[in-house]
Design a protein. Structure first.
Length: 422
């Protein structure tokens, strides 16, 4: 990919040094500048869109945010708009759109209207005028972008304002187009970022309410823009939904649950204070309260995962029950099996992880340790308190405990215990 100045693209999003910390603030899960970035890509179709950013911030954009678009360096002290103009190949055919990264609510539709006006007016340049969301009528306006047909050669100018003055003096027609709210809301101060976050959240909540989602306390929930929710879903107080999470029809999520990159199928119930990430829960299953489900886990139809149970890289079959205080890691559990309280799959030998396989209709008693790699056959039983280090045959009972013995009158041998209140 060409990352040198003179790249072949028609649109550039510019990020200024002064507002860079605000432009990368997350708004419903995505950096604030992703809004105008997506709008720019939307209006230009499949054309490549570049990003002009301070030179010392470019590695952050690539490494931390995963940005793959061509990058144009803005040198220290350089005007960001001028860097955009110098960073596009003059051989490219216009029109060209340069857009600020601090317009979180600008839409492709609004930019399309601006492009149409630019074409119909026959202007040399169209300057997009914006303002802060809380500024009063008559406040000083800000430049939010520019549309150009011709990229050069440009007269020498240190700033875009100087370039505008030169164009005006030379008789070139410059059209000033005001982006109306909310498209034209420009975020350049911390208080404006807070406003943008609240507005984005409010718009999201209203859309979900209109689609039939039910909230216990809408103002306490956080739902990122990438989350999909079907009708009839019920969300408790303080629920956080992140990433590529999808909730099917009739799903119920209890208070203070956190879900990230999770798929919940129809009629799943997640009880309060559960944390799920990177997993899939099939129809009518039940999880929680206080459960933790880690990535690469699949919970089968009508299965039950109870309080203080942790799952990691585990597959539970249909109607499996693991209701109390267990850790199942790197594990497969067949349909209709029962996992007792305190069961642990010992999956790590200090060097490598190993898998445990439990076949269908197995019964694992309370407080058992299954030392992987190990398999438990179908319809097999493991007695409570056993440590299993070898495979258990199908339909067998495995019991491994220390022999019970009694030391009679042992308490009396503890000299002075009664006197100490023991």
């Amino acid at each position: 990919m060409d990352r040198r100045p003179g790249g072949a693209f028609r649109g550039v999003l510019f990020l200024e040094l002064e507002t860079f910390p605000l432009a990368i603030q997350p708004v419903l899960g995505s950096p604030l500048f992703f809004g105008p970035f997506c709008a720019l890509k939307g209006v230009l179709g499949e054309e490549e869109v570049g990003v002009a950013a301070p030179q010392d911030k470019q590695s952050y954009l690539e490494r931390m945010l995963g940005l793959t678009s061509p990058l144009i360096p803005v040198m220290p002290g350089q005007d960001a708009l001028m860097a955009c103009l110098l960073g596009i190949s003059p051989a490219q055919k216009g029109p060209f759109v340069l857009l600020s990264g601090t317009l979180p609510f600008v839409s492709s539709g609004a930019l399309g209207v601006c492009l149409d006006r630019h074409a119909s007016e026959g202007a040399f340049a169209s300057v997009l005028i914006v303002n802060g969301p809380k500024e009063q009528e008559g406040a000083s306006l800000r430049v939010g972008g520019v549309i150009l047909n011709d990229l050069g050669p440009f007269p020498h100018a240190e700033t875009f304002k100087e370039l505008l003055d030169i164009w005006d003096a030379s008789g070139k027609r410059v059209d000033y187009v005001r982006l109306e709210p909310p498209d034209g809301f420009d975020v350049r101060f911390p208080g404006e970022v807070l406003w943008a976050f609240d507005r984005a959240r409010q718009v999201r909540l209203e859309a979900l309410l209109n689609s039939g989602v039910l909230f216990e306390d809408p103002n306490s929930t956080l739902i990122e823009s990438s989350v999909t929710i079907e009708k009839g879903v019920r969300l408790g107080k303080g629920v956080v939904l992140q990433g590529n999470t999808s909730l099917g029809e009739g799903v119920r999520v209890g208070s203070y649950c956190i879900l990230k990159d999770v798929v919940l199928h129809r009629e799943v119930e997640v009880l309060a204070h559960s944390v799920l990430e990177g997993c899939e829960v099939m129809e009518e299953a039940k999880v929680g309260p206080f459960a933790r489900v880690r990535p690469e886990t699949v919970i089968g139809k009508r299965a039950s995962v109870g309080n203080f149970v942790e799952l990691k890289k585990t597959t539970l079959g249909e109607r499996v029950k693991a209701n109390h205080l267990s850790y199942l890691g790197d594990c497969e559990v067949g349909a209709f099996s029962n996992i007792g309280a305190g069961v642990i799959t010992c999956n790590f030998d200090g060097v490598r992880k190993h898998r445990t396989k439990i076949a269908e209709h197995a019964f694992i008693g309370s407080d058992c340790q299954l030392v992987a790699p190990v398999e438990v056959g179908h319809h097999a039983y493991v007695g409570a308190g056993s440590t299993i280090t070898r495979d258990v045959p199908a339909r067998a009972l495995a019991v491994r405990r220390a022999k019970l013995r009694f030391v009679l009158d042992w308490a009396s041998s503890k000299t002075g215990e009664d006197e100490r209140g023991g």
